[in-house]
Ligand binder design. Structure first.
Ligand code: DI6
Ligand code: FE
Length: 419
């Protein structure tokens, strides 16, 4: 890989979105205030926040002199939320794509020295500016589609300085692009080679050194573990959760992706924000998640890439009333996906979500999976102005087209990001 030595150039400032955005047609479920029933609505942005929202016919006269943006009846949605990504890493792993096509399983690829550890090597070799430049390109693809908040995990460094590098890049991306970034420490993603056959020593390091140090540096918003046969055990998962709890940090879990480890129920006991993947989730896991208010994050990109056939228990989650989010799981191994709309489409076609479920999955439920439900994922007064105008006749088109981006305008953190 060639190194990029110069620091990333600061991006030019985006124009302010302050003013009246009128004649918009809200997606069902888009507004925090369900009492607003109008189909022609306006939204007032002041100092980057939503100052008023309601029927265009009821716009208060006090806003009459503000700049006007005529939406022309465009569909209005909240800014999209991508609640599970591994966006910052070096290299890429198209070679494994070929290996899997030739019949190798994800686990076999990992055992052959590929998998997560291959990305760890490339990430350790890359400096911070290189990682920034690589991740910036990926982030731009997601932002162009209307993403206004994104979770970015560490987990390809697996040593203090390299995990720090990933998390610092995640924070820098948020600042440079004016996008809400939630960082998740995933030190317990895989066993680094230098700890081969010493997984307990590594987990001790994660809990006693890496996590407290990075949390102290303000780099950690949540803590995640890959709880799996090829990842970490239930007991090790719980040890990491205890360390997170001691620091007052919320937890999430890569749970029951390849097998039913019982991780979801443990995560729920720690009040997890979300359990993600969950193809093999049990009824006990579902009940525990419901009780704890834990979001089920569905990752159809990984399911598709791995040509998995074991569907997550969608109907049981639906029956239990567990909120379902949908995310890219962007990562170089199992989900090299850079379109959240494509994930909504795949959640419908592969997982049989309804269109409203898929759209809630990339907005309000995704926000909840990050603990951002009071500020993101629905539109309401006092929230930061994050919204998207779409060139579509029907909200269902957002999950219907694929390979198409019917965006008319994106307002992100009160700035006009795409027009
Ligand atoms: N589950 C995933 O889908 C990714 N990590 C994880 O724990 C895969 C990461 C990779 O293969 O690089
Ligand atoms: Fe993941």
């Amino acid at each position: 890989m060639h190194a990029i030595t110069s620091p990333p150039t600061p991006l030019p400032p985006l124009p302010s979105a302050d003013g009246v955005w009128e004649h918009l047609r809200p997606m069902p479920g888009a507004l925090a205030d369900a009492a607003i029933q109008a189909t022609d609505i306006s939204l007032v942005v002041q100092q980057g926040q939503i100052a008023w929202i309601g029927a265009t016919s009821a716009l208060p006269a006090t806003y009459a002199d503000l700049p006007r943006f005529n939406g022309g009846g465009a569909l209005l949605t909240p800014g999209l939320v991508d609640c599970h990504t591994h966006l910052v890493y070096g290299g890429q792993r198209s070679n494994e794509f070929a290996m899997r096509l030739a019949g190798a399983s994800y686990e076999a690829v990992a055992q052959a020295g590929g998998g997560i550890v291959a990305s760890v090597r490339a990430t350790r070799e890359a400096d911070e500016d290189t990682l920034f430049a690589l991740a910036a390109g990926r982030l731009e693809a997601l932002l162009a589609e209307g993403v206004c908040a994104i979770e970015i995990k560490s987990g390809y460094g697996l040593a203090l300085e390299h995990e720090r590098k990933q998390l610092r890049v995640a924070r820098r991306l948020g600042e440079a692009y004016g996008v809400t970034v939630r960082t998740t420490f995933l030190g317990a993603h895989a066993l680094p080679p230098e700890y081969a056959h010493r997984s307990q020593d590594y987990i001790d390091l994660v809990c006693q050194q890496m996590l407290p140090t990075l949390a102290d540096e303000g780099l950690v918003d949540a803590v995640d573990v890959f709880c799996e046969r090829i990842g970490f055990s239930l007991a090790q998962t719980e040890q990491v959760f205890q360390a997170a709890k001691a620091l007052g940090l919320p937890v999430k879990l890569h749970a029951e992706q390849l097998s039913d480890m019982g991780g979801a129920a443990v995560a729920a006991r720690y009040g997890a924000l979300s359990c993600d993947h969950i193809e093999h989730l049990s009824d006990e896991g579902i009940a525990a998640m419901k009780q704890a208010g834990t979001v089920a994050v569905l990752l159809p990109g990984a399911y598709y890439t791995l040509r998995d056939t074991h569907l997550p228990p969608i109907q049981a989650l639906r029956d239990a009333g567990v909120p379902m989010a949908v995310s890219t799981d962007h990562n170089p191994g199992t989900s090299p996906a850079l379109s959240l709309l494509l994930m909504a489409n795949m959640a419908c076609t592969l997982f049989r979500l309804t269109v409203p479920e898929a759209l809630a999955g990339i907005t309000c439920h995704a926000a909840r999976a990050l603990g951002l439900q009071e500020t993101h994922g629905t539109l309401g007064v006092g929230r930061p102005a994050n919204f998207v105008l779409w060139n579509v006749a029907d909200a269902a088109e957002l999950a219907y087209w694929f390979g198409h981006r019917p965006v008319r305008a994106v307002v992100r953190q009160g700035r006009i990001a795409t027009r």
